[in-house]
Design a protein around this ligand. Sequence first.
Ligand code: ZN
Length: 242
Amino acid sequence: MADIRVTVWNEFRHEKIHESVSKVYPDGIHQVIAGFLQEEDDLQVRTAVLDDPEHGLSDEVLDNTDVLVWWGHMAHGDVDDAVVAKVVRRVWSGMGFIALHSSHFSKVFKSLMGTSCDLKWRAENEKERIWVVEPSHPIAAGLEQEYFEVPEEEMYGERFDIPAPEELVFISWFAGGNVVRSGCCYRRNQGKVFYFRPGHETCPTFFQSEVQLVIKNAIRWAVPNRGPKVTFGRSQPLEPLS
Ligand code: ZN
């Protein structure tokens, strides 16, 4: 089987200006994510950041991307609308899209969802318990228990204004009492979209093995399946009409 071509995109701003972030991710969140993905034989990984020309998402890069992994937070507004439109069209044509943590508010994810994607939040470093609610789902494969915990995370809570997920793989509970749908699958025309909640920039969440496993599984789930070419518009009858 051909390698899965993964592009890990990060806005890469917090790491440059906030010491609380750079001490956890000195080379950027994207480098940590790319690092654990590169350990997998079937994944071919590159990175792109906001400040690259065209945000690192040229046609050449997108032509060679099966799954785009996205982390953004403080600079959603700096992402060029033309690039957003291009990425959304790619997803419609089959490119997988994995939105991590605060990327719930990225222009690409909001455009794909068509809702505000707003939620409750609280950055108090509380425990997150992530329950597997669809254990047979490929994104949950290899998780050994019915839940796993991230010791310190930002809280995101319901209501999370997303369309009802087509498949809900995880629900998170937080020490402060909130819950949120935290592993959400969607199909958008030929493309697959997965939202995965944990990954606050001041927490070492992306070093945690369960989180890494979920992201790897999500990439393999979101791979374009090379199904039939889709056409729209006026359609000739396949049988003679009387
Ligand atoms: Zn956060």
